[in-house]
Unconditional design. Structure first.
Length: 410
């Protein structure tokens, strides 16, 4: 009886071993990395590893050992919440690939329960490096296209203050010539007075010299000309600085930024897109620094502002010559909210479900590519774990809402 039982037990163990091997063989070809970790973060199981690592070395090691230091706090917190609360956590992380380049992973960690007790967690990580690269290329292409479209407008915006700076300088040049002539005449009169010329004649000739130079006119207008020069040069400097900050590629990692300043810069470089059809009203609240990819958020805001300008231009007419683009920000809990509204015609109900679809556009050929809102949506949702929603009324206009986590992490 004992021998038979032992043989049956042997067979059971062998069957379990074979089943485990089959399961591991199947999981090895899963399109994601699957890792089982203890509550302390020790790797108990992994379906496969990157080529530069050996599975036998990975098992029993800390899962944090294979990730950069700047991501470890996020991962440790995700594991802690999973084990303590039994909830699934999502986060994004990176590791070094076999070629030495950074690989990006969208990760989800969920509790593992045995007998109703949380005994550890399972991590499922999907390699999204190519998707991120494609998104970055699409974003860069869209940004360059928009910058090209805006270039003529920016040049026009710079040309206007440069023109009145130039006009003011021409006036100052003429005025300085008149003043120098006046000074020469006064110098001659002084020399005449020193050689005995009657004082009455000197005073009369000085008055005539001042009259010829139109001194009251110069006294009134020279300060104004200098003010126009300073104002014009400040305007040019603002436009150039805004364009530089918008076009700068920025950091690969998220960094804390001033969202209100970002919005003001974006409105500055987009002014030629809306100034002929709309006025801009801003209500920028007090915000904490927001950790994000500044260039990408600026791009998203620009796309929506340009879209608002186009929506208004479609409905302006003799009886309604101008519209309004409203931009506001406010701090709500652990998020900030950016609202961008327009007084355009609104979005028809039939197409509302499609406005974030890539390449979907209702604009005429050459005016829209259908990428602006799609890229803004992908940027806010996928890159920043935020939300992009809208409210619309036909007629009446549309307001888009960008909600971003202040900490910059999902």
């Amino acid at each position: 009886m004992t021998s038979a039982t032992f043989k049956v037990g042997d067979a059971t163990v062998e069957q379990e071993r074979a089943a485990r091997q089959r399961l591991e063989a199947v999981l090895e070809f899963a399109p994601a990395f699957i890792v089982a970790v203890s509550p302390q973060g020790t790797i108990d199981f992994i379906n496969r590893t990157l080529p530069q690592h050996d599975k036998k070395d990975v098992l029993g090691a800390s899962w944090l050992h294979y990730f950069p230091a700047d991501r470890q706090a996020i991962m440790s917190e995700a594991l802690r919440k999973t084990v303590e609360t039994g909830t699934t956590q999502n986060f994004e992380t990176t590791t070094t690939g076999p070629d030495g380049e950074t690989r990006w992973f969208d990760s989800q960690i969920a509790p593992v329960r045995i007998g109703g007790v949380i005994a550890g967690a399972v991590l499922v990580s999907q390699d999204v490096t190519e998707r991120k690269r494609e998104h970055a290329e699409l974003l860069a292409g869209r940004q360059m296209a928009l910058l090209g479209t805006l270039a003529a407008g920016v040049a026009h915006e710079i040309n206007t203050p440069i023109q009145y700076v130039g006009d003011s300088l021409l006036f100052l040049q003429d005025a300085s010539g008149d003043l120098l002539q006046l000074f020469e005449k006064l110098q001659g009169l002084r020399e005449g007075a020193l050689t005995g010329e009657p004082l009455e004649d000197v005073v009369r000739r000085a008055a005539l010299a001042e009259q010829d130079a139109d001194l009251p006119y110069l006294r009134e207008n020279i300060p104004q000309a200098f003010e126009r020069c300073v104002e014009g040069l400040n305007r040019v400097a603002t436009i150039v600085r805004s364009l530089k900050e918008f076009a700068h590629p920025g950091h690969q990692e998220m960094t804390p930024i001033d969202v209100n300043r970002l919005i003001q810069n974006t409105l500055t470089i987009a002014v030629n897109e809306y100034k002929y059809v709309a006025d801009v009203e801003t209500d920028l609240g007090e915000l904490p620094p927001v950790t994000c990819h500044a260039g990408e958020i600026a791009q998203a805001v620009l796309n929506i502002v340009v879209n608002a300008a186009h929506a208004i231009s479609d409905v302006v007419c003799a009886s309604r010559p101008r519209g309004v683009i409203s931009v506001s920000t406010r701090h709500e809990g652990d998020t900030v909210l950016i609202a961008i509204g327009d007084t355009g015609g609104g979005i028809p109900e039939a197409i509302r479900a499609r406005i974030f679809d890539p390449f979907f556009t209702t604009k005429e050929v050459g005016k829209g590519t259908g990428q602006g809102l799609a890229i803004a949506n992908a940027t806010v949702r996928e890159r920043h774990a935020g939300e992009l929603t809208f409210q619309t009324k036909v007629p009446g206009g549309t307001t888009f809402f960008i909600r971003l986590p202040i900490g910059g992490e999902p």
